[in-house]
Write a protein that binds this ligand. Structure first.
Ligand code: 3NM
Ligand code: MG
Length: 531
């Protein structure tokens, strides 16, 4: 009988998590809230106490028709008639077969025999789950005959600090891809809470295999109200995240059809008059704010993460540009990203100098683990760093040369977008834009753009404005922003009075303003024959 793994509760009896409450009461509350499977995990109590508690728990879980699994202890599972066990890779030697007299005494033998022995001793229909954190472990567990895999550690968590590796959504996706022809059940574990559960399910998904559920310890057991917490998890698990890409059916002449939609997308953006919240470097702040004003958006420059709780309520986007990173930036970004993700308002990530220093490389990993970005925008080096920050098994472009050709750049943008299930813009002389399916190369623009600070950063801000106004197709939204921007740059550079970067800047703002004014009147002539 297949188990419903969707909301998998793992218990914890440590005082910091249980906070003096009775474990059985907490578990019953969680069951009322909709937990679909319970694992009794207690690494400290002695066998007598384990059996006593497991018995009580089993009476409760049976009332709710939910299976009870015992962590590590086949003996305890047998003693109370639990529905199964969960075995960890590192727990393989912790076997306590106290009544099997002829059981071999060598630890090595115990380790090897663990799974097989559990299979042999437990009833035929018992559920056996295995912890896995790599493709190899997952494949081995499937070959052994595991019913489901606990895949982790998703995010670093204070609940279990001795975890082997933090694999994130990208690592989880790599495992799911590698085992996609197996029907084995899968749950993700580690640091999952209300604010990230939808992203965990959404971003871990591989084309042919998705997670069946999430395993939770502290976000339910340590919650003020475990029932309410479980209910909220159940609701979130069932619903599509607000930031999800809209599934599209493929069309013929895709690129041409898409380009034709650009002028109306620009009109829409001007109409919406989006707010754009910039957490941006101080070098370009003024220029970028002026660009946003010129295109008809409302910029606010705020590095203060807590302000996002209010700012995210407007029809607008968040831009994270880590060009002048400080010791406080990452925690501020994370607060803001969480607010916008929860609201479903777009977030753009510009990982400026991503590979430049240790601090920045670490910031990239933290941010990639900490939220969903509708768009990641960067140059080749930055996008490569982002790509490398989240893989269990690096592949493809990682091993390639450091200077990618056009085709490799297009593939990198596409692979990252596919993995993160978002849109990626890899900038350069030719910009590559992808949503994981479509890849578009944009060759508009002018060399003066490279001679003025902030012209690259402004693309992040502009993209945020367009993503706000046009949510049904993120790729089209970003494409429209780039084309408006680069056509304005071409127009500005062609003015007689523009002699270099200095005179280019005011002309550029004027041309952005001119396109915005035309668009607001429904005039699309600025676009005809330009892209
Ligand atoms: N196993 P929380 S992480 C029990 O990675 C456990 O295998 C993990 O706790 C693994 O939901 C973990 O409070 C703890 O973060 C998960
Ligand atoms: Mg274990």
């Amino acid at each position: 009988m297949p188990v419903d793994l969707s909301l998998y509760l793992v218990t914890d009896s440590t005082p910091a998590i249980l906070k003096g409450r009775d474990l059985c009461t907490v578990v019953e509350e969680a069951l009322k809230g909709g937990v679909t499977v319970v694992q009794y995990r207690d690494k400290k109590s002695d066998t007598g106490d384990l059996i006593k508690t497991a018995k009580k728990l089993h009476q409760i879980t049976q009332k709710y028709g939910v299976p009870l699994l015992i962590n590590d202890r086949v003996d305890v599972a047998l003693a109370v008639g639990a529905e199964g066990v969960h075995l960890g890779q590192d727990d393989m030697s912790m076997f306590h077969m106290f009544w099997i007299r002829d059981f071999p005494a060598e630890t090595d033998t115990l380790k090897i025999a663990d799974f097989e022995l559990a299979k042999k001793l437990l009833p035929q229909d018992a559920i056996i789950g295995i912890s896995t954190s790599s493709i190899e472990e997952a494949k081995k567990a499937i070959a052994d005959g595991a019913d489901y895999l606990g895949i982790g550690t998703m995010f670093a968590t204070p609940t279990k600090t001795n975890t082997k590796s933090t694999i994130g959504t990208a690592g989880t996706q790599a495992i799911l891809t590698a085992i996609s022809d197996s029907s084995v059940g899968t749950v993700s574990i580690g640091g999952i809470n209300h604010s990230n559960v939808q992203r965990v399910l959404y971003q871990s998904r591989s084309p042919k295999k998705a997670l069946d559920g999430v395993a939770i310890v502290s976000a339910i057991v340590a919650a003020e109200d475990p029932k309410a917490s479980a209910e909220e998890f159940a609701r979130l698990i069932k619903s599509t995240p607000a930031f999800a890409l809209t599934p599209r059916s493929a069309r013929a002449n895709e690129a041409e059809a898409l380009v034709q939609e650009v002028p109306q997308t620009v009109r829409k953006m001007v109409e919406v008059h989006p707010l754009v919240h910039n957490m941006i470097n101080f070098v370009v702040s003024n220029f970028v704010a002026n660009v946003a004003l010129s295109i008809g958006a409302s910029p606010i420059m705020s590095p203060y993460g807590e302000e996002a709780t209010d700012l995210c309520k407007f029809d607008g986007a968040l831009l994270i540009n880590m060009g002048t990173l400080t010791s406080e930036s990452v925690s501020n970004y994370q607060k803001a990203i969480k607010a916008y993700n929860t609201r479903g308002n777009p977030v753009v990530y510009d990982p400026v100098g991503a590979a430049a220093t240790d601090i920045r490389r670490k910031a990239v990993s933290q941010l990639m683990a900490g939220g969903y970005f509708d768009l990641i925008k960067g140059n080749e080096g930055e996008i490569r760093q982002v790509w490398g920050s989240g893989t269990v098994q690096q592949r493809g472009v990682d091993s390639g040369p450091s200077n990618l050709d056009g085709q490799q750049k297009a593939a990198l943008a596409r692979d990252l977008a596919r993995r993160e299930r978002n849109v990626v813009l890899l900038t350069g002389p030719v910009d590559y834009l992808s949503d994981g399916e479509r890849v578009i190369a944009v060759e508009n623009g002018h060399p003066y753009l490279g001679q003025v600070t902030g012209t690259g950063c402004a693309i992040g801000t502009i993209s945020g404005c367009f993503l706000t106004a046009h949510r049904s197709d993120k790729l089209l939204a970003v494409l429209s922003g780039i084309l408006m921007y680069e056509i304005a740059a071409e127009n500005a550079a062609s003015k007689e009075y523009v002699r270099g970067p200095g005179s280019f800047v005011p002309a550029f703002l004027d041309e952005l303003y001119a396109i915005r004014t035309a668009a607001s009147k429904g005039d699309d002539s600025w676009f005809v024959g330009r892209a």
